[in-house]
Write a protein that binds this ligand. Structure first.
Ligand code: GLN
Length: 283
């Protein structure tokens, strides 16, 4: 079978399942199997697939048809122009999370600090801290993660992006590994924030394939904010910043947890939904 027919067949098959745009997925999976760029598929549409390539393509199309996210099949996701390896041990980096990185960079640039001390809590794939590391050569960067498996993905990403010397990774629950108080200039986190009571509202792919520890946070989604906010207050120096991604419709309850902080500011995403909260520890 040639590439064109293989793509058509896979597209038709994926179109029968509720798994997103079928043509795009069929192409991405074929690029993955052949180790090629998208342009190659079109330039060589008459090239025959070998039996082995055909079998591998069938296998990945079947995985996708069953709902496995494309990124867990290909093992990659782009974030802020960087290529991240992902596995089912980590949350797939989301474009919305880029707002968190942008806000952190903006605060740091305005602060004029020469060697800011920064920590990313629950780093997962490492996308947030490594995107920061790629732009902040003089910062002291730390990242924590409770899952050893996720931490290993983050370290591999640091290595692969040539940033391993820049970030110190710690296996820890939130900020428990930092026993000294008031030493950080900025704490950033995209914590789990989906409530178990919203289980049925999240996409099936997320519910069935992404790590529960990275997605769900107690009955209503606040369990991690409730613990992280006081922990961040402890490790931040006076005047330091806390930046967190927040879930759809939970800015109200999160704001209540931030009483006593200064300059509470919600940043909307491209759809106008409050997506990041930025607050300052009183000086
Ligand atoms: N910090 C990682 C990300 O933003 C992981 C977040 C998480 O696992 N909740 O993708």
């Amino acid at each position: 079978m040639d590439l064109r027919s293989a793509l058509t067949r896979a597209t038709e098959r994926l179109a029968q399942e509720p798994v997103g745009p079928p043509r795009m997925a069929a192409e991405t999976l074929l690029m993955h199997v052949l180790g090629c760029e998208r342009a190659y598929l079109h330039a060589h549409s008459e090239r025959e697939l070998s039996a082995e390539e055909g079998a591998r393509y069938d296998a990945v199309v079947t995985e996708r048809a069953s709902g496995k996210p494309l990124q867990y099949i290909t093992g990659h996701q782009e974030f802020r122009g960087l290529d991240f390896k992902v596995s089912p041990a980590v949350l797939i980096p989301r474009p919305e999370t880029e707002h968190l990185v942008e806000e952190a960079l903006e605060r740091l640039h305005k602060s004029g600090l020469t060697r800011p001390r920064i920590v990313d809590v629950g780093t997962g794939s490492g996308c947030v801290i490594l995107a920061l590391a790629s732009e902040l050569k003089d910062a002291e960067l730390h990242a924590t993660e409770i899952s050893a498996e996720a931490l290993s993905v983050a370290s591999q990403n640091a290595e692969h992006l040539g940033l391993s010397g820049h970030v110190q990774f710690h296996q820890a629950d939130l900020l428990a590994c930092f026993t000294e108080n008031s030493t950080f200039d900025l704490v950033v986190s995209n914590p789990p924030y989906v409530g178990l009571d919203e289980r049925d509202k999240v996409q099936r792919e997320v519910r069935e394939h992404e790590p529960h520890v990275a997605v769900f946070a107690g009955e209503h989604g606040f369990d991690i904010y409730r613990r992280l906010i006081p922990e961040a207050a402890r490790v931040l120096r006076p005047g330091g910043w806390l930046l967190m991604e927040i879930g759809y419709s939970i800015s109200g309850p999160v704001e209540e947890l931030l009483i006593g902080w200064e300059d509470v500011h919600f940043v909307p995403d491209l759809q106008g939904i409050p997506r990041v909260v930025v607050v300052k520890k009183p000086a």
